[in-house]
Design a protein around this ligand. Sequence first.
Ligand code: SF4
Ligand code: SF4
Length: 388
Amino acid sequence: MPESESRPIVWSDELWDDLLRETDAGVCYQCGTCTATCPLAERGALNVRQLIRLGAFGSGVPGRAVDSPGLWSCTTCAQCNVGCPRGVDVVEVVRHLRGRAWKRNEVPAGLRPLLWAEFQDGNPYRMPPSQRTQWMRGLSGPAAGSSDGASTVLYVGCTASYDPRAQRTARALARLLAAADVPFRLLGENEVCCGETPRALGAQGLFRDLSSRAAESLRTAGATRVVTISPHCFDALRAGLSNEVEVVHYSQLLDELVSGGKLKVGGTPAPNLTYHDPCYLGRQHGVYEAPRRLLESTGAKILEMPRNRRWALCCGGGGGNMWRESDLEGRLADERVTEARDTGASVLATACPFCITCFNGTESAGTGRLEVVDVAEVVARAAGVSSA
Ligand code: SF4
Ligand code: SF4
């Protein structure tokens, strides 16, 4: 079976009972607002209203397979949650149905080795833990997290640890923290995946296992605050760790540092800049203004795209789609980059390594010159700190 093909859900009373007990699908009254706002619906990849109906009511025939169109295409962008008049957490329903598919061994072929890599190597890139610190090339002193006794941990995350493009963001951020005299530590080889991909794919057992491994590493390091680079780590650590550790996204911390005068910016501003809200920072956690304040603190003027903040179009990389072949007719990232270019901006800033990967993939497909940068890199340039 091709990896992109949807698998049916085998209907049972148990599935129904579980869904109604563990999610709020039962209050759905089938208005279809979720489908009307879902960016995958117009591409024919997903009818989420129908998916909920199938999940909640099925065919009514125990043991009969019901179609689950697009179950694995959902990017967990939460656009549907924003518009639902009944307050249904549709993303949770999707995760739950995916979890049921795992229990019945009805998952796309490529996902199993991905989750084995998470289990065995502690990352989805199938990279050895011994290479987790390679992103630190050229860093030394406080920027290398060598502050003794620091209770703030910079949680680099798998993408910024292993992906060469995202490594640049990690280095820029480490240098910015050092420039602002924020003592921090790194977990190095003891850092494991936050578990965002297993969580999004409905593999709750593996997510809980990775969360407890992350919690143990943080406890051993004496951490009371974790700063994440990826909004996906931000979301997963907040969901998986107990309240003893505060989890913040780096944009929130840098915003505080700049506002408080601890981090000086004021270099050459980036010209004609637009900002893309990552789903897991904006819609999922309401962090819209901190990245914008940061960008404006550099002197940049933000040219907003028509779809911004809670209505921002997803880049397409969430929900496990970073590791699956897309079965969409037009990639969401293509459309988003077109929107960015239509503002007249020559720089597209965002604050998520998945978004950057998706947008850069679009650029290399020949859709025109638009520099895609992380907000941390814009701030680093304005602060006179290397962003290489
Ligand atoms: S928007 Fe909410 S109530 Fe309407 S169909 Fe979707 S989940 Fe159900
Ligand atoms: S999370 Fe996004 S992709 Fe998934 S159903 Fe909702 S709107 Fe569609």
